[in-house]
Design a protein around this ligand. Structure first.
Ligand code: TNX
Length: 564
């Protein structure tokens, strides 16, 4: 499959004249998602500067047109941008007098300016005032008047000796551009105490926008509870790689983690423990709102999951009336799956669900609620299908759309419902059928993006049911060719799962997510033709000093040529 994909995606060879025209078209066009990247492939260790001028391997330098305005550069940035070219002039050095200038009155631009200042001030020790309007000398300028072709999340970054200009059409684009800017600065910018400069940026012009709209990371806060501060830390880490969706798995057999006003024991009893029997926890509404707000400020949408009809022991233990026999089971602290179900024939079950979904919808600014639907092994198929259809309708009645695990596709899907592919052991036929009917698919193939799988037989944490998932496995695949009959056009995006049966806190989570998560982020953002493992693993190696500066735990996979 991979070889076939490569052949189909092979880049055409162009003569110099055609190349120049293409370059110009690219500069003014909408950066078509699968177009020419302007970024050369390379296959050897790269120097440690943040941008290295290179030439295209397929076009000899001597035959470049004489007036070529700029050369492609290979930026040390993840995810790889659509296009990056050298300006051919000196770069920018951030001086103590530098300012951040917001050139549009929108409060969001001011907030992004302050966010950028918050990253740069501690390590540079500079004042970096954020001002609206004014001169652009020694300034980082943020502008919202970018080409509409950049889309909601794209940006253009231009670095000259005097000014850094970041332009976007939507605020999310500016935010993503800030992440590129941040990665172009030395890793020590991530430290919390004052460091020595110089704070140099290479002279580049970057034009960039994502391939897929949904670029997600899922965190299972049900098996082990993660505090608000830990979730915010994870949000910071995923947004560094331009991920825009945080899927929170809020309920499972071992814990119910979100307060529901109408059903308070779900959280106070159902959330009281976790895997292994430790003290669990739950989010009050205020806690949850603070997570959602923190995410929103980083252009990350939170998708809450209430997993039904299976994975519900914590709910059943909290309310006897939810059980068919009217008796509440004990809380569960093991790691088995598939043994619980709501009582599908009782009216109270649907009142309960409607209350829960209604309260969650009110807490959710984004368009989606996740309704689970996986591993409901004790529920007969026909009842399961009817139930899942009814729950989708409830979600729609609360003004949202449903997303469900791939099992949900065996029944009837509403037009706007999304299917999440995960189980690489079972047939994808229902997912394919759903895609052909027009339902969008989020790709989370367990054998590639399940960050809770061990890297190899020696990994201390994690599970192995989907096999070992090494750094290359998580990176070297294409969501548009993974499943026959599910093309890129059917794919809403990708999402990396972090199930927490074996993870007891953010440091464990980081060790499993890094270094695999940035690879999934690049799968979701970068064009298929701009990605290659050889170049990627060298770029990835250069992220390590950044993680060290941020105190991120990571696994030193032998597949990556770590420096030092
Ligand atoms: C499968 S992925 C599950 C989860 C487990 C995970 C462990 C999915 C929809 N269900 O309940 O935590 O495997 O890897």
């Amino acid at each position: 499959m991979k070889r076939r994909a490569r052949r189909r995606l092979a880049r055409p060879r162009f003569g110099p004249a055609t190349k120049l025209v293409l370059t110009l078209v690219l500069a003014v066009s909408t950066l078509a998602a699968c177009g020419e990247t302007g970024r050369p492939r390379h296959s050897q260790a790269a120097p440690s500067t943040s941008a290295v001028p290179t030439t295209r391997p397929d076009v000899p330098t001597t035959r470049e047109p004489p007036m070529q305005p700029s050369k492609p550069v290979d930026l040390r940035v993840i995810p790889a941008p659509v296009s990056a070219r050298s300006n051919g002039v000196a770069g920018f050095t951030l001086e103590p007098t530098a300012r951040i200038v917001t050139q549009t009155g929108s409060p969001e631009v001011g907030r992004i300016g302050r966010y950028l200042a918050g990253i740069l001030r501690p390590s540079t020790g500079y004042d970096l005032p954020v001002v609206s309007g004014g001169g652009t000398d020694q300034a980082i300028v943020l502008r919202l008047d970018g080409d509409p072709g950049l889309g909601a999340e794209g940006y253009r970054l231009e670095v000259s000796a005097a000014t850094v200009t970041l332009q976007a059409h939507g605020p999310a684009g500016l935010f993503h551009g800030v992440q590129t800017l941040r990665q172009l600065l030395p890793a020590s910018v991530e430290r919390s105490g004052v460091q020595r400069g110089p704070w140099r940026l290479p002279a580049v012009r970057v034009e960039d926008r994502p391939r897929f709209a949904w670029r997600g990371a899922a965190l299972d806060v049900a098996r082990h509870f993660f505090t608000v501060a830990e979730v915010k830390r994870y949000i910071d880490l995923i947004s560094l790689y331009k991920l825009n969706t945080l899927h929170l798995h809020l309920t499972d057999d071992q814990g119910w983690r979100i307060a529901i006003d109408g059903w308070p024991r779900l959280a106070t009893h159902g959330g009281s423990t976790q895997v292994g029997g430790g003290r669990g926890g739950y989010y009050t509404k205020k806690d949850y709102q603070s997570i959602v707000g923190y995410a929103r400020d980083r252009y990350v949408t939170v998708v809450p999951e209430v997993d039904v009809p299976g994975h519900v022991n914590a709910a059943l233990a909290s309310y006897p009336q939810l059980n068919c026999n009217g008796r509440a089971p004990e809380l569960y602290t093991g790691t088995h799956v598939g043994f619980t179900s709501l009582c599908l024939r009782k009216a109270v079950t649907y009142r309960f669900l409607d209350d829960v979904l209604g309260e969650l919808a009110a807490l959710t600014p984004g368009p989606y609620l996740h309704i689970g639907g996986d591993e409901a092994d004790t529920v007969p198929e026909d009842q399961y299908a009817k139930f899942m259809e009814r729950v989708q309708r409830m979600v729609e009645a609360h003004g949202k759309h449903a997303i469900g695990w791939q099992e949900a596709a065996k029944g009837t899907l509403l037009d706007a419902s999304v299917v999440q592919y995960w189980d690489t052991r079972s047939s994808p036929a229902a997912v394919r059928r759903a895609a052909q009917q027009g339902n969008k698919v989020v790709m989370s193939p367990a054998s590639k993006v399940y960050l809770d799988m061990k890297y190899d037989a020696h990994t201390r944490l994690g599970l192995e049911w989907a096999g070992h998932v090494e750094v290359r496995d998580a990176y070297d695949w294409d969501p548009g060719t993974l499943l026959d009959g599910v093309d890129a056009g059917h794919v809403l995006g990708v999402e990396a799962q972090l199930w927490s049966e074996t993870l007891e806190g953010i440091s464990d989570a980081e060790r499993m997510a890094f270094p695999r998560l940035p690879g999934v982020a690049e799968v979701g953002w970068s064009t298929a033709s701009s990605r290659d493992w050889e170049g990627y693993r060298h770029r990835l190696a250069e992220q390590a000093p950044r993680w060290a500066a941020m105190g991120v735990s990571y696994h030193r996979s032998p597949q990556v040529p770590w420096a030092g």
